[in-house]
Design a protein around this ligand. Structure first.
Ligand SMILES: [Zn+2]
Length: 324
């Protein structure tokens, strides 16, 4: 990647701007902590931020952005940087094991060979088991030489407080929906209505929104809304709607049913109307909550050999019955 092609994570994901500036300021002032914890909900760009930091920390040239040209940058881009270590659960496992951490610590003791510092990247940090976290703790207490550890976590509360307290925390919050919408309208080239639907389906998570925009999963969302609306006006059409919706991918279908229900609950709480719902019906919020929970349970069950058509029919009957 040439210098001109490189963009800061801020240009790519604008809500990361303040975190990137914080990092650069600390780095330039020589006050960057030995361990950074980037935390926050999934799908907000924490890993993009971490990768940009890794690149910046390893580059041997001065400048506000990794140059992409020096030997260190080329080694990193080729995935063979001798001073860079990435730790995540091994294939088939969900935990980072103590042996992995011990091996990392041993490597961090060695002198650098291509960069001026060593960088380790651990993700997801909460997947360290107790022994692994304890082993890491020692190296957080006595960091070796010019070493920077970057931990990334969706779920920092699952990490021991002793680990968290030794890291400089960078909290990446989910950006405001309006900011994500403006950014996507500008950069994605997709129609605004589709972006709004994707954003809703993704619960506001920007990277999941992008995923929906680029896949066909979202195409069925309007059909699900249409089906639910029809049922409220014509409860007797349950069999028909059920057989239509049963054609959809069950995981997507249950996600959309859950999302639609959440949308209805939110609009009732806010006292606003939803364009896809008939305006003259009133629904029971308690039943809606149960239906939403049931949709999530059914989504989890759709991976198991169950009679999905029966679950769906039952759910739709309850949906049609909830008119006050
Ligand atoms: Zn470089």
């Amino acid at each position: 990647m040439s210098h001109s092609e490189m963009m800061t994570p801020v240009e790519i994901l604008p809500w990361l701007g303040k975190h990137w500036s914080f990092f650069i300021q600390r780095l330039e002032a020589g006050r960057l902590a030995h361990a950074l914890m980037i935390e926050g909900p999934a799908g907000c760009g924490k890993m993009s931020l971490a990768s940009a930091m890794v690149a910046q920390l390893l580059c041997c040239e001065d400048g506000p952005l990794a140059c992409g040209q020096c030997r260190s940058c080329k080694l990193r881009a080729g995935g063979a940087h001798p001073d860079y270590f990435e730790l995540q659960p091994e294939e088939g496992s969900e935990v980072i094991k103590v042996d992995q951490v011990r091996s990392l610590i041993a490597k961090l003791q060695l002198t650098t060979s291509a960069s001026t510092r060593k960088v380790a990247y651990l993700h997801p940090a909460e997947s360290m088991n107790g022994a692994a976290a304890n082993a890491l703790l020692k190296s957080l207490e006595e960091p070796a030489g010019d070493t920077v550890l970057i931990l990334v976590s969706n779920n920092p509360s699952r990490l021991p407080i002793t680990i968290r307290s030794r890291c400089q925390t960078i909290s990446v919050a989910q950006p405001e929906s309006q900011l994500v919408l403006d950014w996507m309208v500008k950069t994605s080239g997709k129609p605004e209505a589709k972006i709004v639907a994707a954003l809703q389906a993704a619960g506001g998570s920007p990277l999941r929104t992008l995923h929906y925009l680029e896949s066909s999963e979202l195409d069925a969302y309007p059909q699900v809304k249409q089906g639910l609306s029809t049922l409220l006006l014509h409860p007797a059409s349950v069999s028909l709607i059920s057989s239509q919706l049963n054609e959809l991918n069950p995981v997507d279908l249950w996600r959309w049913l859950s999302m639609c229900t959440v949308e209805v609950i939110k609009s009732m709480m806010a006292g606003t109307a939803l364009s896809w719902l008939p305006s003259n019906v009133e629904l029971r919020d308690k039943t809606l909550l149960q239906l939403q929970r049931q949709a999530d349970i059914n989504r989890a069950m759709s991976a198991t050999p169950v009679r999905g058509d029966l679950l769906l029919q039952d759910w739709l009957i309850r949906w049609a019955e909830q008119i006050v």
